[in-house]
Each structure stands twice: as C-alpha cells, then as structure tokens.
Design a protein around this ligand. Structure first.
Ligand code: ADP
Length: 491
C-alpha cells in the first residue's frame, strides 16, 4: 500500500533522517530542505531530492513557512512531515498546508491551536474529568489576584508561560516576596520567546516524576495508547534520559493514567501521534500538557511495543484506519534513551558546537543510534544541541542498564564536549539503578560534582579506543599494500 508518492521533511538532523528511513521502507520519495548552515548535513545526503530554503537562522529557513510550501509544490510532494521542534506545533503552518492542498502529518490545526495553550488545554481537561494541578484558570491579570491564588494553593508555586515550550519562562516561587518579580520576568521571556506574554500559576510539586503516555488516533474515531515513558531525568526542565516503561508503574496506575490519556485525546478530537504529559507525586498524577507531535523519545516506545510510530503517522495522515487495537498491544522488555547533546555538563550545559574529529557509534544487540553526525562533521551553532540519541533495549530494566553502560563504553565522540560522561555517571548511580528518579535527580544526587572524574575517564577511554582504532586502520592499510605488492609480483 503506497500512502504517498513523495514527502517533504520540514526539519533537519536526526529526526529528518528518521522520517526518511520510514519513507524509504514505505517506498515514498523524500524531499529534504536545508539552510546555509546545513549544506554538508547528513539529512541532505540521505534524501532523494534537496532544496535550499535560506540562511542559517531558523526564521529564514526551517521556520520559513511560505518557502517550505513553495518547495513542496515545486517538488510535487503531497505531504509534509514536520518532525519535532521548528514548525511541528505551529497551527498556522498546519492550516497553511491544508489551505494549499498539502497533507500535514500531524493532528488538525484546530487541535494544535487548542493544545498549544497550556491554560486552555488544562481547563479543557479539567472539564473532561482529568486531574490537573490547582492554579489560575486563566492568564494572570493582576499581581493582587496572583497573590490571592498563590496563597490559596500554598507555596511553592510555579509561574509558567501559557504558550511555553522547552522549559522556557518557568519560575519557581517560594514566597510572596518574590512572586511579582517572577511574574514580570516570566512575562518578558514569554513575550520574546513565544510572542505571547500570557503566564499562569500552578502548584509546584517539589520532587515529582514526569510520566507521559504515547497515543495514536486515526481520523475515523479509533484511538489507542502505547503505554508510558518516564522522563524525570532533566536539566533546565528539559529531558536528558527517558525510559519505557516507568519503573514505578503498576497495573492499576497504568490503567488509570492511560484512561486519562485517552480522555485527553478524545476531548481534543485528536488524530495522529501525540503524547500526554503528566506529573506524578505521592500516588497522584496531574495532566500537564499534550505534545501534538512525534516526541524525541518515541524511539523507546517503538522498542517496547514493536510499533513504528513514524509509519503509523504517515498511514493515518493518508486516511488509513489503525490496523490494530488496544488488545494487540503489549510491552516487551525495557528501553532507555540517552540524549547525546553537544554541551559541557560541567559548564552548566553550555552548548559546545564544533568539529567532530573522531566518531564511532556503538552497535550490537538491542542498540539503536539515531543521529545526524559523522566523523569530520562540524556541528553548526545555530540549532538545538542534541546531536544523537543512544537507545538500548533488553528484556529487563536491570539488563538494559548494563547494555546501556556497554554501549556508552563503545561510543567515541572526540573534538567537542558532550553529555556522554553524564550518562555514564547516571547509569552507574545506585538511586537510578533502583529506579528512584525524579525531576531534581541531578541536583539531589550531586551528579555534576562527580563529573570531573567521569569526564577524565571517558576522555581517556575514547582516546585509547580511537588510538587502537587508528592502529587497526594502519595495520589494515599495511596488509592491503602488502597484498597488492604480492599480487603485482605474481601478475
Ligand atoms: P515545556 O512545555 O516548557 O517543556 P512542561 O509543562 O512540559 O514545559 O514542563 C516541563 C518540566 O517542568 C516538567 O517535566 C517538570 O520537570 C517541570 N514542571 C512543570 N510544571 C511543574 C509543576 N507544577 N511542578 C513541578 N515541576 C513542574
């Protein structure tokens, strides 16, 4: 069954390649777009057709909606996959695609718009009977009102941008004295990052877990969930490590949370792939938001369910009904994803783009590496610092941790600083091994203070491995030359 002849991927890096891989398996031709910064990027080499879309700055290229639609039409692509980030949750772009007769691979623009407001979606879910955290029901109108609400729910509270994403604009407030500054600061950041200064308050949970559910819904009213992912290990409210399933999940909790996730999908008229995010604390869970797109961490759900989420997205967008129902789905084993970022964790995760002088990715049983990098590649400074996803699967959590340690010990990335030593430290942390994670894990376990040792060990290990690799290459080159010489003599 051919869903589309040609598909444009409005993204870059590992996710563009991930989508192209699905297309190749489905016999769909691919169209890549690239900016000035990405002339030599791997996603450009992987595609069947490529189009230049503009300067390095995202607003001039990967966010340039009109130009992208123009390329779709020129190339004859019938559909656009937005990946994650950039235009993936931009309802205006989804609407533009519809108006221009190009299929947007994602939910309907109205759903994206409704779920793009944290305040609006929280209210919608509260009305649908899904638990939400107490807080303001609408944007903060006056400091006096905010003080009243905060006093009512009790400190600490968190100030959040309604249109927010990527943890941007969040401020934790421990007492009334700092509330006003937090609100004005958050409004300023929200205005400049999202063009919308609306902020709201909700109860701040001190050490919650971030647990989310993957859902898939078609355009004929069928919806399933593909179980849970634990995403509690974070820096700056952004995920670093995800695992599926959550180590604390019980049958009863899963049943309740999955029921709520499906209610969220139903209440929002959802179609395509999406994730329903919850915070969990002391036996209770609360709806936080819905991400109306493919998530970075979709890989681990694919590992434990065996479902290819990108192929499902494409089939649903082509109008197909889901080919399975809830009873066909089950969890097999355990999977972990480590996000490899070009960042220096010892310098407050400062981005460290640059040239990769040595590169070798791990492999073997149960390992998947999704990346857009290679040896000699220069990571541009213009985009997100996540450069690869190292994912591992095994039959149990204990075994997958061992497998991840093994895979990390095979990974060589030299020339830039990465989060590899951090992952090594976490995989060897006793609390992590026991599944005791929460959103303040890095601070509470003093992970960063152990990094000097791990970073040194990691660098030595990579240098040694790279050295023996080079040595191996030299030996192979010498024996090839000897063989050629012998052949010539024989000839
Ligand atoms: P964004 O959309 O900016 O990524 P989210 O609402 O998804 O923001 O939240 C990201 C992270 O911020 C959560 O995983 C959690 O660590 C933290 N967070 C958000 N709201 C709360 C809250 N009410 N209490 C505690 N932590 C929170």
């Amino acid at each position: 069954m051919k869903y589309f002849e040609k598909l444009l991927i409005a993204n870059r890096g590992e996710i563009a390649i991930r989508v192209m891989r699905a297309c190749r398996e489905l016999d769909i031709e691919t169209v890549a777009i690239y900016s000035d910064a990405d002339k030599n990027a791997l996603h450009v080499k992987y595609a069947d057709e490529v189009f230049y879309v503009g300067e390095a700055h995202p607003s001039k290229s990967y966010l340039n909606q009109e130009r992208i639609i123009e390329v779709a039409k020129k190339s004859g692509a019938e559909a656009v996959h937005p990946g994650y980030g950039f235009l993936a949750e931009n309802y205006r772009f989804a609407k533009l695609c519809l108006d221009e007769g190009v299929t947007f691979i994602g939910p309907k623009w109205k759903t994206i718009q409704a779920m793009g407001s944290k305040i609006g979606s929280k209210q919608m879910m509260k009305d649908a009977g899904v638990p939400v955290l107490p807080g303001t029901d609408s944007g903060i109108k006056s400091i006096e009102d905010a003080k009243k609400v905060a006093a009512g729910i009790g400190y600490p509270v968190i100030v959040k941008a309604s249109a927010g994403g990527g943890g941007i604009g969040m401020q934790i407030v421990n007492d009334e004295k700092t509330l006003e500054d937090a609100i004005t600061g958050s409004m300023r950041i929200a205005q400049s990052a999202f063009g919308d200064a609306t902020v709201f308050i909700e109860k701040y949970l001190v050490k919650p877990r971030h647990i989310e559910f993957q859902v898939l819904a078609d355009e004929h009213g069928n919806a399933v969930h593909l179980f849970d992912r634990e995403c509690s290990i974070q820096r700056r409210h952004q995920k670093l490590i995800e695992e599926a399933p959550s180590p604390i999940m019980t049958q009863d909790l899963r049943c309740r949370m999955a029921g709520s996730a499906l209610k969220v999908a139903e209440a929002s008229g959802y179609s395509n792939a999406g994730s329903v995010e919850f915070l969990y604390s002391e036996g209770n869970y609360y709806f936080m938001e819905m991400n109306t797109r493919l998530q970075v961490e979709h890989t681990i759900t694919e590992f434990v369910t065996g479902v290819d989420l990108v192929k499902q997205q494409i089939a649903i967008a082509a109008g197909e009904s889901l080919s399975f129902d809830q009873c066909d789905l089950s969890i097999r084993g355990h999977a972990i994803e480590c996000r490899i970022n070009a960042e220096d964790p010892r310098k407050n995760f400062a981005a460290d783009p640059g040239k990769i002088v040595r590169y070798r990715s791990p492999g073997g049983p149960g390992i998947r590496v999704d990346s857009g990098i290679h040896m000699g590649y220069t990571i541009p400074a213009n985009y997100d610092s996540m450069i690869a996803k190292l994912c591992a699967w095994d039959s149990t959590r204990e075994e997958v941790i061992r497998r991840m340690r093994r895979a990390l010990s095979e990974y060589i990335i030299l020339g830039i600083k990465t989060t590899l030593p951090l992952h090594y430290a976490i995989m060897n942390n006793q609390q992590f091994v026991e599944g005791n994670t929460h959103t303040h894990f890095l601070q509470e376990e003093h992970i960063l203070s152990t990094l000097d040792r791990y970073t040194k060990d990691e660098e030595t290990r990579m240098q040694t491995l790279a050295g023996s690799f080079e040595q191996g290459k030299k030996v192979a080159a010498i024996s090839a030359a000897v063989n050629t010489y012998l052949q010539q003599r024989r000839g």
